[in-house]
Structure formats: C-alpha cells, structure tokens
Design a binder for this molecule. Structure first.
Ligand code: HEC
Length: 253
C-alpha cells in the first residue's frame, strides 16, 4: 500500500512538474488531436487575408496602411507592437492600429463598414507575419514610457469585490493552476500566443479579448476595446516578454 502511494506521489510530481510552456504545448497537442489535426485558427487567418486584400476606400487599400514598418510591410510589424505612431500621435496596439487605419486611410466607419469581427480576423492574419519572431517592444518615445507606466499601474491595481490584481494571480502563482489552466507571468509567455483560437469558446481572441476575459472572471468591468487601458496593459506585458518568440495563431483551451 505504502509503496503504491509512493509510486502515485512520484507519478504526480512528475506529471505536474511540466513548465508552463511545456504544459501549454502538451495541451495544444491534445486539442489538435481532438480537432482532427486541423488548426481552427488558420481558418480565421484565411478570412483575414481575404479581407486584407479586398477592403478599399478613398481609392486606398490596406496596403496603404502602416503598421510600423512602412505602408504595406507586414513582416515583423506585430513583434514591435504596441508602439507610438506619429500620424495618430498615440501609442497603438494591433487592434487599435487596424481600426485607425481603416478609419483614417480608407475612410471606413466602425460599426457600419466593419466591426469587431473584421478587426479580429485582420489581426489574426497580420500577426502571422511575425510568427516565431522575438517580441521587441521599445520604450523610446515619451508616450511609450507614459503608456508603460499606466500599464504597470493597472497590472498591480487591486480592485473588485475579490480585491485582486493581474499581478496577484500572474506574478504570484506562475506555474500553478486554476482548474486545469496553468497560470503564466509575462516572461513565461502569457501574451505570446495571441491572437489565438480558444478551444472552449470556439472563438478567435486577440490579446484584448483575452484580457477582457480575465477582467470578467474577477468581476471587474472590462475596458472598452481599443481603449487606453488595453493598449497600456499590452505594452506592459509585451515589454516584459521581450525576446520571447511569438507563436501565432495560438491555440488554447
Ligand atoms: C483570479 C486570478 C487571475 C487574475 C486576477 C487575472 N488572471 Fe489572467 N489568467 C488567469 C488564468 C487562470 C488564466 C488562464 C491561463 C491559461 O488558460 O493558460 C489567465 C489567462 C490570462 C491571459 C492569457 C494567458 C495565457 O497564458 O494564455 C492573459 C493575457 C491574462 N490572463 C491577462 C490578465 C490581466 C491583464 C489581468 C488583470 C486585468 C489578469 N489576467 C488577471 C487568472 C487570473
């Protein structure tokens, strides 16, 4: 009996000793097997590609949009977002930049000519041009530094009935689990695989959607899409993740 218990203990300690990155890989492999080996995220990426090539307005197309590397250059652009853009005079993440480009360059109206779903598939497509590249977010422009400070404040801000902050879970318990989910800190890659497909919801999520989900789960009203808190948190998490390789489209529970 004792021997069996010892054996069980050893088995459990080995089974749960996987690092969060290994654990994520293991879960991803399992889910991919369950979905017949097809990565559903690729379907959203394909939709995004179609849209990227067909949207037009003001005699312009999305190839006239500058995601930070010059108009029409997508390679490596996402790896450096969020960043400061002189034309809008603010720091933008990928979701926000897509929206401001469609509005300012193509003259389209959000909520009328395009909406959240379009932004999500476009983000999924554009992000793939930075797949497997190291995250390289800079704090050079004063507005980038300012945004980082806001993000840092939000990360440690305790709020809601549960009096929780992002740091309370992600920095205090990295490697531990809530239900089956391993908790990661930014260095361990919590922001590296978004936009990603979420198996449990059968949806494509950008980092903004995923952050909203965490706000919801601790019962704090989540920020509006494209708002300063989202951009600030993305900049904060991504800066801490500098050097990590992007893995998009992601695939998670
Ligand atoms: C109650 C604890 C808790 C709090 C508070 C919390 N999170 Fe989370 N967060 C989790 C758990 C659990 C997951 C799921 C991990 C998984 O599925 O890989 C998660 C996942 C995430 C992810 C996706 C990570 C991944 O590895 O795929 C991001 C990004 C994230 N949280 C950001 C935040 C931000 C920003 C805040 C503060 C607004 C926050 N979280 C607050 C528990 C928390």
């Amino acid at each position: 009996m004792i021997r069996w218990l010892l054996f069980l203990g050893l088995f459990l300690s080995v089974a749960f000793a996987l690092s969060p990155a290994e654990e994520a890989k293991r879960q991803r492999r399992l889910f991919l097997e369950q979905s017949g080996g097809v990565h559903p995220g690729e379907l959203f990426v394909a939709l995004g590609e179609e849209l990227y090539q067909s949207l037009e307005g003001n005699g312009k197309t999305m190839a006239d949009c500058d995601f930070g590397k010059g108009p029409g250059v997508l390679e490596g652009a996402y790896a450096e977002l969020p960043r400061y853009f002189p034309d809008t005079d603010r720091v933008e993440d990928l979701d926000t930049r897509i929206k401001s480009c469609l509005e300012n360059v193509l003259g389209l109206t959000y909520g009328q000519d395009f909406g959240r779903e379009e932004v999500v598939v476009l983000a999924s497509y554009i992000a793939t041009f930075s797949n497997e590249m190291p995250i390289n977010v800079k704090l050079e422009h004063p507005k980038e530094k300012e945004m980082f400070a806001i993000g840092e404040k939000l990360w440690f801000w305790r709020a809601g009935q549960m009096d929780l902050s992002c740091a309370a879970c992600h920095d205090r318990y990295p490697g531990r689990r809530i239900r089956l989910s391993p908790i990661r800190n930014p260095e361990q890659g919590l922001s590296d695989h978004w936009p990603g497909y979420t198996f449990s919801f059968d949806k494509m999520y950008t980092l903004e959607d995923r952050v909203n989900f965490c706000y919801d789960s601790i019962q704090i009203p989540h920020p509006e899409f494209y708002s300063e808190p989202h951009i600030a948190l993305a900049l904060y998490m991504r800066y801490r993740a500098n050097g990590n390789l992007l893995d998009v489209p992601g695939f998670t529970r």
